[in-house]
Design a protein around this ligand. Sequence first.
Ligand code: ATP
Ligand code: MG
Length: 428
Amino acid sequence: MSEKLVAIKGMNDILPPDSARWEWLEEKVRGLMARYAYRNIRTPIVEPTPLFVRGLGEVTDIVEKEMYSFEDKLNGDKLTLRPENTAGVVRAVAEHSMLYEGGKRLYYMGPMFRHERPQRGRYRQFHQIGAEALGFSGAEVDAELILLADQLWKELGIKDVRLELNSLGQPEERKAHRAALIAYLEQHTDVMDEEAKRRLHTNPLRILDTKNPAMQEMVNAAPKLMDFLGEASLSHFAQVKVILTANNVSFTINPRLVRGMDYYNLTVFEFITTSLGAQGTICGGGRYDYLIEMIGGKAAPAVGWALGVERVLELIKEQGLTVPQPVPDAYAVIPGAAALPVAIGCIQALRASGLSVQMHAPANSADGMGSFKSQFKKADGSGAKFALIFGSDELAAGKVAVKPLREGGGEQQLIALSDINELVTALR
Ligand code: ATP
Ligand code: MG
């Protein structure tokens, strides 16, 4: 036998019955996005590497160490498996001049790739659902996106999620803060780790985001960006807070919330749970008014978020919420192969009428269709509410037997094969 091939570490197969949970979540999201008038966008999984280097920032975890990058064998182009999808959406919006007639509200779902150490809630191929509103500068759209996420938690039945908010202000405000921060950090290099020292002059803001416990006290006392914000930034932030409060969304201000990409300005936020251990951030986002221009598009404001599907599903499991598993309405018991053409004709008509019918099929057809007993065992195991029995006596009379498999399913009935409407009624 050849060596067994297995999936790449940190990249998971999503199998039934678990995949039903994924489909359930995706359906909920589609319904919700439609109600907020967000439209679906699908962009490639591979993008030019410079899109992420320029978009996310050179001195970020993702660009420094997490990207799966490679060269196109034919022309040497530098390509990257997308580590996130805001940059890709922005690229597409600019490329197709999508903001020509005004703002666009978009959402996506799909796999992302980051070379991280696999652990609970952290994978190398993971999935995000994201919402982006481009071409709108007002705080009401920041609030709309937060309300949309909050509504999603409600509709999924998720509890114990808290919202943290911050404002990163505008570039010139960050510049003033940055100077003060560097001056402060330079006084405290004794407690800083190597990564922080390296970032001192390239990306000092990211030092505040450190997970190193030895540095917490030092970063807690660092100059706060909030104290450097001007009137316009403060009033934008105030309006977000007023709308959220008026709509009963509670939040806490976290002045150290800076997010992992450089592209954010003004509002940033994260939804965090304490039920998932260290990987507690289920959704994060913010405003990115300068990103479109940075990647070569016509300047336009934008705001968005992305949630981690694996973490949201894990949280649903953790909170004991049950997700419905699909079961067929009927299982077709077909005792003899001679009945197949008629039986399949009948179940095709039922499926076309919207019913779910699982057809019996033996593992090895050379042994025949299998005994009644073994077929009923399969019918029972399928979870179907009814067995449809295509026996030779029934077929000779132009009929099929409908046998309830669950309690409360009523009496067994014989129904004419030609009367699809009656069959549909009996199976519903
Ligand atoms: P973290 O701090 O946990 O690394 P992040 O700031 O890198 O998160 P974002 O880039 O903001 O995450 O992505 C949005 C969401 O995608 C996260 O809140 C998380 O739910 C999910 N996510 C990010 N990286 C991973 C991963 N490697 N595996 C699973 N989910 C992830
Ligand atoms: Mg990360």
